[in-house]
Design a binder for this molecule. Structure first.
Ligand code: SF4
Length: 330
């Protein structure tokens, strides 16, 4: 268990000590829990921090000005890694992965190697002619879509994602439905992810899914497959907002006070490998955002001959409380 490593992270350890919250690693060891790797099944590919939006909760500080975009060369190394390691799912994320100029080439090269490919979308990045042809391309290649749609309330959603994003998101969801996404028996998966628009925990996933399903159908005749809720990780732009608004300590305390030991077993990092836009490996996108490398050292995907071994400890930090709060983020 990497307790020493996370204790060495002066900034978080100091902060936790200052707001009376014990470091996450200590919380685990006190409960005789370990967070170690299981068989790697999902490769999460972060193709860049470039985004058309500048969301307040973004743990990666992604935005229109970011230059970090995965190159064709790095994509080649990622594809070679997949060929060596046999993942079940390739989960393509960003920033807005739709804006990576090589996105269709990456998907085409992954198709013969991975049974399931998912593309994470903020929806508005699909809201132009280029986006339209990418939606058609995804349909043709049966790429699943995981779309961020945090709230059914226009003001709430736009307070987090920016002006005009609500209507654009609704328009794109309807377009995806028209293409078959989210429709029963179409085989074109459309899942939604919802996160709180402030420093509070998400509602229970089952209840939220029911409400979103009823309201999206009733008000806009929109359908989807599943809805996943998650708590905002205190990283990146969200962390800056928490600090500026004086909510940081209270939010960390809230996450820690809702720590759910049962959630640890199913945490996503146990079966997921995250690769950054420049090809380095992390246990998850949050650790990527925090610069906390897998196994305590920077490993480039081209150096990795096989998936990380089962039983290897996962790099921990106090933002992990966001994943293990309430029902947990699995
Ligand atoms: S942030 Fe979450 S997913 Fe990442 S290592 Fe911590 S618990 Fe695992």
């Amino acid at each position: 268990m990497r307790t020493e490593h996370s204790f060495l992270r002066k900034d978080e350890t100091f902060e936790c000590a200052s707001n009376g919250v014990e470091p996450f690693s200590q919380c685990l060891s006190r409960g005789e829990l370990q967070l170690v790797r299981d068989q790697a099944k999902i490769l999460q590919i972060n193709v860049g921090l470039l985004c058309n939006q500048k969301c307040r909760h973004c743990h990666l500080d992604a935005g229109p000005g970011r230059k970090e975009v995965m190159s064709l060369e790095t994509m080649g190394a990622v594809v070679a890694f997949v060929r060596r390691c046999k993942f079940e799912i390739a989960d393509i994320t960003g920033g807005a992965p739709e804006l990576n100029p090589h996105i269709t080439e990456l998907i085409q090269r992954l198709m013969p190697l991975v049974p399931q490919i998912m593309l994470r979308s903020n929806l508005t990045a699909f809201h132009d002619s280029k986006g339209e042809s990418l939606m058609e391309f995804c349909k043709k290649n049966r790429v699943g879509i995981v779309a961020s749609f945090p709230s059914l309330d226009l003001t709430q959603l736009e307070s987090q994602r920016g002006e005009g994003t609500f209507e654009e998101s609704i328009t794109v969801l309807r377009r995806l439905n028209a293409l078959g996404y989210g429709q029963e028996d179409s085989g074109l998966e459309l899942n939604l992810v919802s996160n709180p628009t402030g420093a509070f925990l998400p509602p229970r996933q089952g209840q939220a899914e029911k409400r979103f399903r009823t309201e999206l159908k009733r008000r806009w005749d929109i359908v989807f497959n599943h809805l996943f809720t998650f708590a905002n990780a205190p990283l990146g732009r969200f962390r800056s907002w928490l600090k500026r608004s004086g909510n940081y300590d209270a939010y960390i305390k809230k996450l820690a006070s809702h720590f759910n030991p049962q959630a640890v077993e199913g945490l996503m990092c146990r079966t997921l490998v995250s690769v950054s836009w420049d090809g380095y490996l992390y246990d998850c996108d949050f650790n990527l955002a925090d610069g906390l490398p897998m196994d305590g050292r920077k490993i480039h995907v081209s150096e990795m001959g096989a998936p990380p071994k089962e039983g290897v400890p996962i790099a921990l930090s106090d933002h992990c409380y966001a994943c293990a709060a309430g029902a947990g983020f699995t």
